[in-house]
Design a protein around this ligand. Sequence first.
Ligand code: RTP
Length: 146
Amino acid sequence: DLEFFFPVEQTLAVIKPDAYKEHKDDILSYIKEAGFSISQMKETVLTKEMAEGFYKDHRGKPFFDQLVQYMCQGPSMMIILSKENAVQEWRDMMGPTDLELAKQSNPSSLRAQFAKSILENAIHGSSNVEHAKKNINLIFENINLE
Ligand code: RTP
């Protein structure tokens, strides 16, 4: 059974509101070209409460309020991606959080192409398998696993 050697993983990808408005077709093409399967996908306008819950680990940081405001400014696209090693592959495709670093280290990454700044960085991807489960439950089932 090949699944034993190459387990299919799921991760949550979010096309953040500005990128969703301006670049969603391009970003969806990259996702498909990279060989990800889209298990589920929905357009969601995050409420302030949802955005605060989604980014609760950053509560108290200087950029937290701005981050919540950014995430609530309009519809985002929430996507469950499936693939072997999906979590890491999606993060590699996104590039680093910081736009300037993304442009230097990975100019073909999605953030290098579509981010506006370190804060308005166009895309989210879960940081590990555990976070992916939590992210997916929160966004698609409205279940907070903590
Ligand atoms: P990770 O969750 O693994 O840390 O990855 P990430 O690239 O999404 O970045 P993270 O550090 O979690 O930050 C979450 C989001 O907050 C915004 N941000 N702004 N102004 C700033 O210095 C700053 N730093 C982070 C970005 O929107 C980032 O994606």
